[in-house]
Design a protein around this ligand. Structure first.
Ligand code: FES
Length: 166
């Protein structure tokens, strides 16, 4: 086997380094193309997929009327409604304050609905008693389902004092 000189060894190792560097840049280039292609695909996927906002149904099943004794004011925090049962019958109110949209709360000790944000007060029929709220709490369409459940449509307001007699 011929003996390599130091110059030949240096030349070969430079050639190897050149190959490694060439391969490194080739892989870097391919990687960059892959990242660019993935970004383009992600952009087109988002661009082509429908931009739809899925909102929950405005209709709430509040359950059986027997669960709401006469004189009760029940707040359903999840659907932001009050279900009220008085001598005249059932009705439901939006629990969202008509000032700036805060969730109100029933205060049984004060016999009123109160807004914690800026101090608006409403009676149990939703009429404004005090504070900056410009309107009463709206009455919501309330009916009895075929199964005997109290149903509320949060998207339909009705005139005040329309009671549901069960
Ligand atoms: S949001 Fe209720 S008083 Fe302002």
């Amino acid at each position: 086997m011929p003996k390599m000189t130091t110059t030949t060894q240096t030349h070969l190792s430079q050639e190897g380094a050149e190959l490694d560097r060439r391969e490194f840049f080739t892989r870097l280039g391919l990687g960059s193309l892959g990242v660019a292609a993935a970004g383009t695909l992600a952009f087109y996927y988002q661009f082509l997929s429908p931009n739809v906002l899925f909102e929950p149904s405005p209709i709430v099943n509040a359950g059986k009327a027997i669960n709401f004794p006469r004189g009760s004011v029940t707040l359903d925090v999840d659907s932001a409604i009050y279900l009220v049962h008085i001598a005249e019958g059932f009705f439901s109110l939006s629990a969202i304050c008509t000032h700036l949209g805060c969730m109100t709360a029933w205060k049984p000790e004060l016999n009123m609905i109160a807004c914690p944000c800026h101090g608006s007060r409403f009676n149990r029929e939703g009429q404004k008693l005090a504070g900056p709220a410009p309107k009463p709490l709206p009455w919501l369409k309330t009916w009895l389902s075929d199964d005997g459940d109290l149903m509320v449509d949060r998207s339909v307001t009705i005139p005040e004092l329309q009671f549901l007699r069960v």
